[in-house]
Design a protein around this ligand. Structure first.
Ligand code: XMP
Length: 527
């Protein structure tokens, strides 16, 4: 037999650092996740802060930040969705609540105007100042100025904090207030375009005025701006990503549903359409048909039904981990597909069912089908740090996070103190308690099943309290932009094109985190 020629020496970067197709085809016999790989740097002519983070969830819907909060009952309700959208991302309101409550939550997000207090506390002209002082004490209000309205809600004056004092307790509000003619107001219709800009303009033009009341055409009170709020927002605006808004300047909001079944086990089409119609009436931008197994009859039928009835609606569906799953949901009419089975920090699907694919390989496989079918993919679960986001975004269009956000003050649930440390509850939607609360259908069970012994696919856990969404997303956005700077990617499209991967050994993983030092301040500590 003729001797084999010696292999040629590997001499260039491209022999080691491979673009996605070459890398994942050589690694096809082994499933990889975020910590298994690292990204190689490229020549860069952009600074991190110049890189752009917008992504299109559908032809009609763009996020300014490719981060979505998970539809979980310990992660996303209205406060979280508002904070996510204000930072340019999106919140998916969970469905472990009554349909009526979910509609209310969506309405809260859609009616939220940053800087405008939409339900100001008011007083009546016939009350005494003493009554107002009692109200302040009872409710622990930290403000003392109140709009005065009559029984029809029509503005009649403004009670200044200067006269809300015990020495005037016996005086009536009407005798102490500034009358309507002296109160500064703006019409609701005049702030529709950009409320904060309109208020900012007003306060600049009216030196010394600190309150601006919003009224409708019948002079009924509709809201209140304060100078201090507007100043804070305009200062923040220079350092933050743009909020994610709809065409009439409202914050974007998503909500999740699971395919409801009627008594005979068939898809309850009427109920699905009725509920989604009501959500859309409140201004819902995105519906997520959210289950653990998206490549399934029920999810396909639900997506088809929604697409046929609501041609313009942005639909997310999932979860899948295969190209066939992506194709199935794309053909049914979904715009964006959730990818992830078992990577989540509270998930036990892989342990319980033996099913699921490590996330980076799943994303690569899904991305091939997504490109073919023109849909976006969302990397759902297993993201613990901004570096994971950068790696995910080399293949996916956005990331979905649960655990990373569950410790923030905007997540639902109370703060619990244990041995002087503060925590919030974080539980899998497939945990027994969450399934009892309503999410059983997501895992292919019925709610009544959850009283029997069924296999939970998630755990109940705690997350350390971690500040606000503004802080957390600020850190994450900064990390993504750093990654883009290293790869020389000016936007997320270029990040995908320029990514080159290499496997990391166990020693390489240890090297990647702080080592051989005693940390006195972690990156999580606040300054
Ligand atoms: P992270 O890692 O961000 O994951 O905490 C959040 C994602 O996990 C999924 N999820 C579950 N998966 N059992 C599972 O196998 C569960 O109980 C469960 N609950 C949530 C979901 O996709 C979420 O976005």
């Amino acid at each position: 037999m003729a001797a084999q020629p010696p292999p040629l020496p590997l001499t260039s970067d491209s022999d080691f650092y491979l673009p996605a197709d070459a890398f994942f085809s050589t690694a096809s016999k082994e499933a990889l996740t975020y910590d298994d790989v690292s990204l190689a740097t490229n020549y860069s002519d952009i600074l991190p802060k110049q890189s752009r983070l917008e992504m299109a969830l559908s032809p009609s819907l763009t996020l300014q930040l490719p981060i979505i909060s998970a539809d979980m009952d310990t992660v996303t309700e209205a406060d979280m969705a508002i904070a996510m959208a204000l930072n340019g991302g999106l919140g998916l309101i969970h469905y472990n609540m009554s349909e009526k409550m979910q509609i209310k939550q969506v309405a809260r997000v859609k009616n939220h105007v940053h800087g405008l207090i939409q339900d100001p506390i008011t007083v009546r002209p016939d009350q005494a100042i003493g009554d107002v002082l009692t109200l302040i004490e009872d409710k622990d209000f930290n403000f003392r100025t109140f709009p005065v309205v009559n029984e029809q809600g029509v503005l009649v004056g403004l009670l200044s904090g200067r006269v809300v004092k015990p020495r005037y307790a016996n005086h009536s509000v009407i005798s102490a207030m500034s009358p309507r003619s002296e109160v500064f107001t703006i019409r609701e219709s005049d702030i529709a375009g950009d409320p904060v800009k309109a208020a900012d303009h007003f306060f600049s033009a009216h030196m010394g005025i600190h309150k601006l009341l919003v009224v409708d055409d019948q002079d009924r009170l509709r809201g209140l701006f304060t100078l201090s709020d507007i100043e804070r927002i305009t200062e923040e605006a220079s350092s933050h990503t743009r909020p994610a808004r709809d065409s009439v300047f409202r914050l974007l909001c998503g909500a999740a549903i699971s395919p409801p079944r009627n008594a005979s086990g068939e898809l309850d089409r009427e109920r699905t359409l009725g509920h989604v119609s009501q959500l859309i009436e409140e201004g819902l931008d995105v519906v997520a048909v959210s289950t653990a197994h998206g490549h399934s009859l029920g999810v396909g039928e639900t997506v088809k039904l929604l697409r046929s009835q609501f041609p313009e609606l942005t639909i997310i569906a999932g979860n899948v981990t295969s190209g066939e799953g992506v194709e199935f949901l794309a053909k049914a009419g979904a715009n964006a597909i959730k990818v992830g089975q078992g990577p989540g920090s509270i998930c036990t699907t892989r342990i319980v069912a033996g099913v699921g694919i490590p996330q980076l390989t799943a994303l690569y496989v899904a991305s091939k089908a997504a490109t073919k079918h023109g849909v976006a993919i969302l990397a759902d679960g297993g993201i613990n740090k901004s570096g994971d986001m950068v790696k995910a975004l080399t293949l996916a269009d956005a990331v979905i996070c649960g655990g990373l956000l569950a410790g923030c003050k905007e997540a639902p649930g109370k703060i619990i103190e244990i041995n002087g440390k503060l925590f919030k509850e974080y539980r899998g939607m497939g945990s027994l308690e969450a399934m009892k609360a309503g999410s059983a259908a997501r895992y292919g069970h019925e709610k009544k099943d959850s009283n029997r012994k069924i296999a939970a696919e998630g755990v109940e856990a705690l997350k350390e309290v971690s500040g606000s969404i503004d802080q957390t997303l600020g850190q994450m956005a900064g990390g993504i932009q750093s990654g883009m700077g290293y790869l020389g990617a000016k936007d997320l499209k270029e990040l995908k094109q320029k990514a080159r991967y290499i496997r990391v050994s166990a020693a390489g993983q240890r090297e990647a985190a702080p080592h051989d030092v005693i940390e006195i301040k972690t990156s999580k500590d606040k300054d």
